[in-house]
Structures are given as structure tokens and as C-alpha cells.
Design a binder for this molecule. Structure first.
Ligand SMILES: [Zn+2]
Length: 262
């Protein structure tokens, strides 16, 4: 995902982020404890709100210390204004937190984080550019906020509570508007030197291929994501292929309304 030697226009992260010590939010400590979970102690009865900010929707849930989801809410992602995204988060926390003992808020965001986990450096699908999201939200929510890349959060949750329990090595691929990815090694989210080691969706699989929102061409997510599925379906529908008859019928002939969202 960094600048290619072919002279391709470099993506916004083509300048390496200065190396810093591995950030605390991603340090797992002893196996089975610490990590994301260990940053804010919920206690036995304390609750947290987890919020997933994707390119299409913002999904939130109240969770307990055992990872159980107690209630959920969601909104459409306001795509172009960072302040509008923050407002949606505030609304969701107010809605879900009513009458609850919410200790902290965890944010999984579809963007590339700095190593401290405080700033979204860049988001291919959202308006964040060097956005100090954690500080902004802590001020608005008046609670501790943990900010992580959405795929990093998903991988760690699968390792801690889901399909990856007990595994030494875990690779997680998240399919949505784009493709996210993350790795857990010995109970620690492995972010690499620049914090974006798991961004498999922006590995180039087709040199000179489709232009990607990250600035490069031919990234995996240009061929296998929700966005890619929608684009291919619209091309097929416009070609009058008999293969697309059912698709055209489903959208009443309005090709532009075909998306890859689910
Ligand atoms: Zn890309």
C-alpha cells in the first residue's frame, strides 16, 4: 500500500509514519488478559459500548465484561464530514447508555491508526485525515475511549471471545464496503512497524488495475469487496447480458441503485 516503484501516484500513507514504541492499547501482556480488554477495567457489573464505524453504517452495542452484547443500535454513516460522524457516535452512546452504567466506549473505525491509537491517519472510505478522534470523543462523551482499527478490534474479539479462542496465530479478514485485515500473534494484535501490517485489502493483486480510494491501483479490495461487487453487477446489468435479467428485475431496471451492501 506504500508508494510503488512503477511511478504510480503514491497513496496518502506513502510517507512512512515515524516509528514509536508500540502503543499500550495493543499490548496484550500475559496471554489471556490485557490487550484491548485490559485497557479499561469494567468490573463485574460495568458495561461498555462498542461502536463499529464502517464505510456504510455505524453499528453500536452495549457489551459486558464477558463479551455479551446486551443491546444494539445502528445508523447510516455520514460519509463526508468528520463532525457528523462524531455526532452520530454521541447519539448512539446517549441512546444505548440511558439508564446503564457505561464505563467506557470502544471504537473500531475503518481507517489507519497511528501507533498510539489516538489519531485516524487516513480512511479510504471516510473523511478522516489525521483526525484526533480519540481526544475529540473523550471530550464529547466524558468517558475513556479506546480507538482501534475496525479489523484489529474484530480480530482481537475473535481471539478473545470467538472463533480464534485458544489459537496462537490468527488472521482475520473483514469484508464490507472494503476489505480489512488483522493478525493476532500470541494474544497480541500485530500491527507492524507503521501500524498497518494487516491491511491486506490494500495489497496490490492487479498491477495497473482499478484505482483504489487509498490512492494506489489494483488493490485486493477493488476486486473482492462490497464496493467491487456492486461495480461488477452494475457493469453486467448495463451490458444487457441475460445473466443480469434477475438483477435488473430486482431493482426495477434502475441500474444505479445496485450496490454490494448487505
Ligand atoms: Zn487500496
Amino acid at each position: 500500500m506504500y508508494a510503488q516503484s512503477s511511478g504510480e501516484q503514491a497513496g496518502p500513507l506513502s510517507r512512512p509514519v515515524p516509528w514509536r514504541r508500540r502503543s499500550a492499547p495493543y499490548r496484550a501482556g500475559r496471554r489471556g488478559g490485557g490487550g484491548f480488554h485490559g485497557q479499561v477495567r469494567l468490573g463485574r457489573r460495568g458495561l461498555a459500548i462498542g461502536i463499529d464505524i464502517g464505510g456504510t453504517k455505524v453499528a453500536a452495542g452495549v457489551v459486558d465484561a464477558e463479551g455479551r452484547i446486551l443491546s444494539e443500535a445502528r445508523r447510516t454513516t455520514p460519509g463526508t464530514d468528520p463532525r457528523a460522524v462524531e455526532q452520530v457516535i454521541v447519539e448512539l452512546v446517549e441512546e444505548l447508555g440511558r439508564g446503564q452504567r457505561i464505563r467506557s466506549v470502544g471504537i473500531g473505525a475503518a481507517g489507519w491508526m497511528d501507533l498510539d491509537g489516538g489519531t485516524v491517519l487516513f480512511s479510504p472510505h471516510l473523511a478522516w485525515r489525521n483526525e484526533p478522534l480519540r481526544a475529540n470523543l473523550q471530550q464529547l462523551l466524558r468517558r475513556p475511549v479506546l480507538l482501534a482499527n475496525d479489523a484489529d478490534a474484530a480480530a482481537w474479539a475473535e481471539w478473545r471471545f470467538g472463533a480464534g479462542q485458544g489459537e496462537d496465530r490468527l488472521v482475520c479478514i473483514t469484508l464490507g464496503t472494503g476489505i480489512g485485515g488483522a493478525m493476532v500473534m500470541d494474544g497480541r494484535v500485530e500491527r507492524g512497524r507503521f501500524g498497518v501490517a494487516g491491511e491486506f485489502g490494500h495489497q496490490i493483486i492487479m498491477p495497473g488495475g482499478h484505482r483504489c480510494e487509498c490512492g494506489n491501483r489494483g488493490c485486493w479490495e477493488q476486486y473482492a469487496s462490497g464496493n467491487a461487487l456492486g461495480r461488477e453487477a452494475r457493469i453486467l446489468a448495463r451490458s444487457n447480458s441475460p445473466m443480469a435479467q434477475d438483477l435488473l428485475a430486482a431493482v426495477g431496471g434502475r441500474v444505479e441503485t445496485i450496490t454490494g451492501a448487505w
